[in-house]
Design a protein around this ligand. Structure first.
Ligand SMILES: Nc1nc2c(ncn2[C@@H]2O[C@H](COP(=O)(O)OP(=O)(O)OP(=O)(O)O)[C@@H](O)[C@H]2O)c(=O)[nH]1
Ligand SMILES: [Mg+2]
Length: 244
C-alpha cells in the first residue's frame, strides 16, 4: 500500500540507447513533479549512452555488465532509495509525461503497483506480433492467477519499494516483468492500470527476441500454475478482494 510519496526512484535499463536516452531523462527531469532520483542501469553500451548520462551530471549511472533486462532492473531497484520505484524503458517508446498519472493513481487507490496499459492507445503503435503475443500472454496470466490486467508486458510501472523488497524475483531477462506480476498476485498486492499512449522506436534496435522471450514467459506462467501454493493463494486473494 502506498498512500504517501516520499521520494521516487526512476530506474531505466539501457543497452545502446544513445539516440533515445537524453530526451527520456530530460522529460522525466522536467515533468515528474515529485522529489526524485533517476537511475540509469547500463549494460556497457558501446554507442555513447553512458557518456550522455554521465555528462548530464544529475543522474546516477550504474554499470551492469551482465546481460538481461530483468537483471538490470533488479540491480537498479537494489540501489533505489525512494519509497516508490518507477521502472521504464530508455528507448523512448513510453510516454514519460504519464508518470504523474501513475503516481496519482498509486496514492489515490493506495495501490502496490500501477501499470501503464498500452491497450487503449488510440494510435495503436504497438507492432502486430507484439500485440498478439501480449494478448495471449495476458489472457493466460489473468486466467491462471485470477487477475484482470490488460497489458502484462508493460515495462512502465510504479511499484511500492516495500512490496518489491518482499517478493523473490529471479528471472534475468524479459520474463522478469511477468514473474513480478505472479509474485504480486500471490501476495495479494493490489495492482491497478492507467491508460497510456505508446510510440515506435526512433533509434536503435529492439533487444527483445520474441521467440526466446515468449518461451521464457510461458514457462514462467506454467511454473506458477504447477506450483499448487501460488495457484491456491491467488484464488484465495481473488475471493477476498472481489467486492472491494
Ligand atoms: N542494462 C541493460 N538494459 C537492457 C538489456 N536488454 C534490454 N535493455 C533495455 O531495456 C529496455 C527494454 O528493451 P527493448 O529492446 O526496448 O525491449 P522491448 O521494449 O520489449 O522491445 P520493443 O517493443 O521493440 O521496444 C530498453 O531500454 C533496453 O535498452 C540488457 O541486457 N541490459
Ligand atoms: Mg522497448
Amino acid at each position: 500500500m502506498t498512500s504517501k510519496v516520499e521520494m521516487i526512484s526512476v530506474v531505466i535499463p539501457t543497452l545502446n540507447e544513445a539516440g533515445n536516452i537524453l530526451e527520456a531523462i530530460e522529460t522525466i527531469q522536467s515533468d515528474l513533479t515529485y522529489p526524485k532520483e533517476i537511475i540509469v542501469v547500463d549494460g556497457n553500451s558501446t554507442d555513447g549512452t553512458k557518456e550522455i548520462v554521465q555528462d548530464l551530471g544529475y543522474c546516477r549511472l550504474i554499470i551492469e555488465p551482465r546481460r538481461g533486462y530483468g537483471l538490470a532492473l533488479r540491480t537498479g531497484m537494489k540501489n533505489a532509495k525512494g519509497n516508490i520505484i518507477i521502472m521504464v524503458d530508455g528507448d523512448g517508446t513510453y510516454e514519460f509525461r504519464h508518470m504523474n498519472r501513475l503516481i496519482a493513481a498509486m496514492v489515490e487507490k493506495d495501490a502496490d503497483m500501477v501499470l501503464a496499459t498500452r491497450m487503449y492507445d488510440p494510435h495503436k503503435a504497438m507492432g502486430l506480433m507484439n500485440f498478439i503475443g501480449n494478448k495471449v500472454i495476458t489472457f493466460f496470466y489473468d486466467f491462471v492467477f485470477s487477475q484482470f490486467l490488460s497489458d502484462t508486458q508493460s515495462g512502465f510501472r510504479a511499484i511500492s519499494h516495500d512490496a518489491i523488497d518482499k517478493v523473490k524475483l529471479k528471472e534475468d531477462d524479459m520474463s522478469f516483468a511477468t514473474e513480478m506480476l505472479i509474485q504480486f498476485a500471490k501476495e495479494g498486492y493490489s495492482m491497478v492500470e492507467v491508460p497510456t499512449t505508446y510510440k515506435e522506436r526512433k533509434y536503435g534496435r529492439p533487444k527483445l527476441r520474441r521467440f526466446k522471450s515468449g518461451i521464457e514467459i510461458f514457462s514462467t506462467i506454467f511454473r506458477g500454475f504447477l506450483d499448487a501454493d501460488t495457484f491456491r493463494q491467488c484464488q484465495e486473494n481473488w475471493k477476498k478482494n472481489r467486492f472491494k
